[in-house]
Design a protein around this ligand. Sequence first.
Ligand code: MRU
Length: 352
Amino acid sequence: MNALSEASAVETLRWRDGRLELIDQRALPARLEYASCTSAAEVAEAIRSMVVRGAPAIGCAAAFGVALEARREQHRTRAEFSAAMDAAFATLAASRPTAVNLFWALERMRSELAAHRGDAKAAAARLAEAALAIFRADLETNRAIGRAGMKHVPDGARILTHCNTGALATAGHGTALGVVRSARDAGKRISVIASETRPYLQGARLTAWELIRGRIPVTLITDNAAGHLMSRGKVDMVIVGADRIAANGDVANKIGTYPLAVLALRHRIPFYVAAPLSTIDLRTANGKAIPIEERSAAEVTGYAGARWAPEGVEVANPAFDITPAGLVSALFTERGVVKRPNAGKIRRLFKR
Ligand code: MRU
């Protein structure tokens, strides 16, 4: 990390032995404050209510949720401990449906638990170590994604991104924003166009905040302005993250990603997806099989206490959409770059 990145580093999750502290992302950019969790149920609620969000950060938080529960229940009988842990896994798994990193992390934690089920205290200690390992590995993974992706970012590039994929969405550095950060740290004079990301405004509230804090030039646009800017030659590439990538390369990401990919194709602009292997779900054949979270109508009818839509209006609020693999120019991962991803190339990526 260079001096600039270090000074602006954001600690999204902090493990305080017996407590998980999370930046409460609902309060940003107005206030930087932490929420504290001491049980799996509290972590699940933090994920559900968007205190913590972004696929890798959700996975890390869930792993810590398991560790917290084991710590709380370690003095119970073997049967009670086992039942409490099963309930904790079920509660965490029900928090949000689309980001596969959540289920990936829970699966890892479950196999750690299986190896120590007979001894609750040993299990609690081991699960805390395992959660920390998942967290630390995510940071390293993001730096590797950044190194791989930045080779595709020319000096002076104007990069359009969607949602928030930075340190706030991960254990640190970020995925798509990690590529941006790595390119900047390597001395490239890049700039970012951040789409505001209706309805939850992750771009306006979180990406703009992170980039200003990291002293990376950023211009905020409405989601509707992307096509106009592309048509005027003001976007050199699009880089987004992912919540789940199916075995054939279809990408689930924040609602509004798919239209950006269509626009990018129309304007011959490369459309890149930056994501760790933990986001690739080989058990899901294609995008149609990815569950899409439907969020509350209140996110669309107003914001922060203000309501602009009439009472009684029907609302649809899908939180993610699917970008077909055919629209993806390349996938940036910690194992390198996959150009024009498809099922065969993704299978081979796991063997690299
Ligand atoms: O609803 P959110 O804010 O959790 O959605 C986040 C995204 O869609 C991100 O693009 C994705 O999780 C990748 S984050 C590195």
